[in-house]
Design a protein around this ligand. Structure first.
Ligand SMILES: C[S@@+](CC[C@H](N)C(=O)[O-])C[C@H]1O[C@@H](n2cnc3c(N)ncnc32)[C@H](O)[C@@H]1O
Length: 159
């Protein structure tokens, strides 16, 4: 599969997973943590899906399109491994992480801290959606929508 096809499938999977859980997330309180703001396209989708929720976005630098910038109080700049620590225990309703790189060695480093961060930041019953697998005893894997192939995106509930 070409990288273009793979990219398109990953983004479709991301959108389908977020749409799939939107009804449940809307009914619950708690912030949404957007891990990896990037260009802000996903942030914009989250904002459209969840207009009533606070969405806090993280990145090492501001690279988002001007139309998709969170307000300053909801933007956390720096290395996520460090900047997200204060959000452990924040009882977030949704943790969404799109920080995979496609390089196995880099992603392996990220996976030394990302699952623990997700499990710590989400409230019991809250959800995590991620492009990288989040293996943690407190995170139960959930079925994906039928449009998403196994392993293309990952969805969990905090036990
Ligand atoms: C694939 S992009 C996210 C794309 C985003 N979903 C969008 O709609 O544009 C990943 C982003 O995460 C950021 N990132 C990845 N790992 C990070 C880390 N450890 N700390 C801070 N930012 C990180 C990168 O700078 C990049 O902007």
């Amino acid at each position: 599969m070409s990288r273009l096809d793979s990219f398109i499938r990953r983004l479709s999977a991301q959108r389908d997973v977020l749409n799939h859980i939107s009804g449940e997330v809307r009914e619950k309180d708690g912030a949404i943590l957007e891990i990896g703001l990037g260009n802000g396209r996903t942030f914009d989708h989250l904002r459209e899906l969840f207009p009533e929720h606070r969405i806090i976005a993280f990145d090492r630098a501001v690279g988002a399109h001007g139309s998709s910038l969170p307000p300053l109080e909801n933007l956390v700049i720096g290395e996520i491994r460090e900047t997200a620590q204060p959000f452990i225990g924040s009882e977030a309703v949704l943790f969404h992480a799109d920080i995979g790189t496609g390089y196995d060695d880099k992603d392996a480093k990220t996976l030394t801290w990302l699952p623990q961060l997700a499990a710590g930041a989400i409230a019991r019953g809250g959800l995590a959606a991620s492009g990288l697998p989040l293996e943690h005893p407190d995170l139960e894997a959930l079925p994906l929508p039928e449009t998403v192939d196994e392993g293309r995106y990952f969805l969990y509930r905090r036990r």
